[in-house]
Design a protein around this ligand. Structure first.
Ligand code: UD1
Ligand code: PEP
Length: 434
């Protein structure tokens, strides 16, 4: 097991490049299963553990899949899909594995996938995925920890109203609808940029998806989809994390590749806190030379403030001069990092779905554990300003979603390294990706 060691007190300065979006590339790779002709080439693929997991999943189905780490590409040839059962070992590592359900049902009329289960941030049910797919003619049977879906005839288009604007359910239904017979309408659909990216990818394969990015998506099913080349959007959450790193250290950083439109709610809150945010040609300049002001924040589905930036925002608010309230409305249990931050001197209290934060108290380094992916990044952010040394453990969470976090922060001037707990030696994660 590795840990990240960070010694606080450095002001970050420079330029950092944002990689492709994890939450866009995972559904895009899953959607490749829909293509029965030609080859798919996906560019700007972040070489993350989650990407490795989903490509292994495709390989386990007999789909030709090749990751090129240097070129940051994935090539997929899905003419033959030999296996429609997903191994538990892969699904338990990553909930997004469930995104192969829609494509498999559409393409092969069968899928058997281990139930993804709960996780650190909440129970995360899949009822909306199933409701949508059932409306299109799929039948489900649950047993022995698996969910098995079958399609007696061919999936057919349907009108589906989602009770919650779930990102994953919208994506699963959209993918299934792309090969269904007739027209599907998804109402109360999720509007996240990653949903739009998936729709664009399906269209690039010859699909017909309209309205992605609004709450009503219309899909006309096609008889087949074909190979294409596609470039994934930049990761707005990774961008937001580096924006927070600049702001928390009173630094000045150009976050290259960040798309302002995708980050509006985050940028607005940073500005309210007194951080200068200037849109550049291909990114955002962040400059923080004033004390941070406290603000209230509530997470919401897009275009609201993203839940995936909640813990990083908390790190920032701990350093604001005054009290803030941070409310989480998307997941019911996404405050696991609060106790870890308290170990570093944070003064805050959970009150139902909100956290009352008293900013401005001194923070000191401690050994803390990443309780989920974004919580891990947030603890590193606190470490950047805490006095002394912070050691962040349970790095498998961080590795799911950040390419070269340590290297990128170090290039901005942070005093940070990753060491192996067994040998005490430095680890360069970019070389440890198999
Ligand atoms: C791989 C990926 O893209 N992950 C993102 C995706 O997760 P994911 O797609 O799992 O998140 P959802 O949008 O589905 O979940 C939002 C809320 O809806 C609830 N829900 C969801 C499905 C369902 O069938 N029933 C139901 O009640 C969930 O419990 C949660 O409270 O969107 C989340 C919300 O922006 C992000 O935090 C995750 O980073
Ligand atoms: C919660 C996240 O991802 P996942 O849905 O894959 O767990 C995340 O990216 O912050």
């Amino acid at each position: 097991m590795d840990k990240i060691i960070v010694r606080g007190g450095k002001r970050l300065k420079g330029r950092v490049r944002v990689h492709g979006a994890k939450n866009a590339v995972l559904p895009i790779i899953a959607a490749s299963i829909l293509s029965s002709r030609g080859e798919i080439l996906i560019r700007d693929v972040p070489m993350l553990e989650d990407v490795k997991t989903i490509t292994q999943l495709l390989l386990s189905m007999g789909i030709r899949t090749e990751l090129d780490e240097k070129a940051e590409t994935v090539r997929i040839q899905a003419e033959h899909v030999e296996q429609t059962e997903a191994p538990y070992d892969l699904v338990r590592k990553m909930r997004a594995s469930f995104l192969v359900m829609g494509p498999l049902l559409a393409r092969k009329k069968h899928a058997r996938i281990p139930l993804p289960g709960g996780c650190a941030i909440g129970s995360r049910p899949i009822d909306q995925h199933l409701k949508g797919l059932e409306a299109m003619g799929a039948e489900f049977h649950i047993g022995q920890g698996f969910i098995e879906g079958t399609v007696p005839d061919r999936l057919r288009g349907a009108r589906i109203y989602l009770d919650v604007a779930s990102v994953g359910a919208t994506e699963n239904i959209m993918m299934a609808a792309a090969l269904a017979k007739g027209r599907t309408v998804i109402e109360n659909a999720a509007c996240e940029p990653e949903v739009v990216d998936l729709a664009n990818f399906i269209n690039a394969m010859g699909g017909q998806v309209r309205g992605a990015g609004t709450d009503t998506i219309r899909v006309v099913g096609k008889d087949f989809l074909r190979g294409t080349e596609y470039t994934v959007i930049p990761d707005r959450i990774e961008a937001g994390t580096y924006m927070a790193a600049a702001a928390i250290t009173g630094g000045e950083v150009f976050v290259e590749g960040a798309i302002t439109d995708h980050l509006n709610p985050v940028i607005a809150k940073f500005r309210e806190m007194g951080v200068e945010m200037v849109e550049g040609e291909n990114g955002i300049h962040v400059r923080a030379d004033q004390p941070l002001k406290p603000v209230d924040v509530k997470t919401l589905p897009y275009p609201g403030f993203p839940t995936d930036m909640q813990s990083q925002m908390m790190a920032l608010l701990l350093n604001a001069e005054g009290n803030s309230v941070l409310t989480e409305t998307v997941f019911e249990n996404r405050f696991m990092h609060v106790e870890e931050m308290k170990r570093m001197g944070a003064q805050m209290r959970i009150d139902g779905r909100s956290v009352l934060i008293e900013g401005g108290h001194p923070l000191s380094g401690a050994e803390v554990k990443a309780t989920d992916l974004r919580a891990g990044a947030a603890l590193v952010l606190v470490g950047l300003v805490a006095q002394g040394e912070t050691a962040v453990t349970e790095l498998h969470h961080i590795d799911r979603g950040y390419v070269g976090l340590v290297e990128k922060l170090r290039s901005l001037g942070a005093d940070i390294e990753r060491i192996s707990e067994e040998t005490g030696e430095k680890v360069n994660i970019q070389h440890s990706f198999a």
